[in-house]
Design a protein around this ligand. Structure first.
Ligand SMILES: [Zn+2]
Ligand SMILES: [Zn+2]
Length: 415
């Protein structure tokens, strides 16, 4: 079943990847055939790149607050979790300074009724951690997370889980929730249309190396014109037992993968749940190996005046003039260590820079095309950052420090 679903998704991806090339080939051959008789090509692709006119203005780069959070976590309301009460998770988040949290229990373990389980748990409350309402939508075709600032009718989404995408998409739209693709490659991959989601879990769990295919799928979706936010999620299920006799089969995972491995940072307009969800949707987001690791900030100066005009997640019109890009690591870097900054442009490696931890800043220049889309995103490698509360996690992240979301040019807001 999984193999068949994978082939189905792969076919969709291949169509997305090659659709334009096939169209161009058909257009050319039809033009050539016509050319032999009339000399006039007859095919004009209505989907070809065109001038989009004015794009919505970019939001303020200074009015906001960086918040760090965990977007994929299972409590005792998932029956494959152990020793993981909601109180235990929230207490841990307070200890390590996590600002927001979405507990995403498997909805199928409670017949879709998360409202009377996770959300009704007396422990589901906090004065310090912003709690999002959500669940892991657990279906035959794979998993997705829902993020919402307020309660919504999750039961409706659960009930349509095995319907066609057109039915599910209508429900997602009516509920007004942020649906996100989970662990998009491999077992339980998100086997639905990416037109229904606003973000994708490009970094699942502390083990960075297993996310290569997720990153590839993200680049495919971005390259096909989808403005899709990349985010992280530990997918942790297991907590510390209250006494040795409560030790469970998977308790060992607690020390390798828990809240914050990885950490998803959002630049929110305020310290509210709604602003967190909005930032996840608009893409002002970066992902770090853990809450103590530095985060990647990525800006662009469009008019060479030395002042930054946009940041990751933002979309601007390409003018044909050179753009200066600014990358910085914010937080605790290792001063005498070397960090590698990889720039990805339109899914391909664009440039690699090495910086010292004492001066973790890179600037580079490029000119996005006037007609058609361009995106740039950043991946940073370097020394691991210790996470004493989850001591085995840095070894699993390896040299991966963090990643940015893209800066976009000429992405159609009405796509
Ligand atoms: Zn899952
Ligand atoms: Zn999960």
């Amino acid at each position: 079943m999984f193999i068949r679903r994978s082939l189905y998704t792969l076919t969709i991806l291949l169509i997305l990847c090659t659709g334009r090339a096939v169209g161009q080939t058909q257009g050319q051959s039809s033009g050539q055939t016509q050319g032999q008789t009339s000399g006039q090509p007859t095919h004009s692709n209505p989907w070809a790149p065109m001038d989009l006119g004015q794009l919505p203005p970019v939001a303020s780069l200074s009015d906001g607050v960086w918040l760090k959070g965990e977007l994929h976590m299972h409590s005792r309301h998932s029956n494959d979790a152990s020793n993981n009460s909601i109180a235990k998770i929230i207490a841990f988040c307070n200890t390590v300074g996590i600002d927001y949290l979405c507990i995403t229990d498997h909805d199928n373990h409670v017949g879709g009724d998360v409202a009377h389980n996770t959300w009704a748990d007396p422990e589901f409350k906090s004065d310090s951690v912003l709690l999002l309402y959500g669940a892991e939508w657990t279906t035959t075709r794979g998993h997705g997370n829902v993020f919402s600032a307020r309660p919504y009718d999750h039961q409706r989404l659960y009930d349509v889980r095995d319907q066609r995408d057109i039915v599910i998409g209508a429900v997602v739209k009516e509920l007004g929730v942020h649906l996100s693709a989970n662990h998009p490659s491999g077992k339980d991959h998100f086997g639905f249309s990416y037109d229904m989601v606003k973000s994708i879990e490009v970094w699942n769990s502390a083990i960075w190396s297993k996310n290569a295919n997720a990153m590839m799928i993200w680049d495919d979706m971005l390259s096909s014109g989808r403005k899709l936010t990349g985010r992280g999620g530990s997918d942790a299920h297991h907590g510390v037992p209250d006494s040795p006799d409560k030790t469970a089969k998977n308790t060992y995972q607690r020390y390798a993968n828990y809240a914050g491995t990885p950490t998803t940072w959002v630049f929110a307009t305020s310290r509210t749940s709604q602003a967190v969800v909005d930032a996840l949707t608009n893409g002002r987001v970066c992902v770090s190996a853990n809450p103590y690791a530095p985060r990647v900030e990525f800006y662009a100066d469009l008019d060479q005046d030395g002042k930054m005009d946009m940041m990751m997640g933002d979309n601007a019109k390409a003018t044909g003039k050179a753009v200066t890009f600014h990358v910085q690591l914010t937080g605790k870097t290792v001063p005498d260590s070397s960090y590698t900054v990889n720039v990805v442009k339109n899914g391909d490696p664009f440039a690699t820079y090495r910086v010292r931890g004492s001066q973790p800043v890179v600037e580079f220049t490029d000119t996005p095309v006037v007609l058609g889309r361009t995106y740039y995103r950043i991946e940073v490698e370097g020394p691991p950052t210790a996470y004493p509360q989850v001591p085995q996690s840095p070894a699993l992240a390896g040299n991966m420090v963090g990643l940015s979301n893209p800066i976009y040019f000429n992405f159609d807001p009405n796509f």
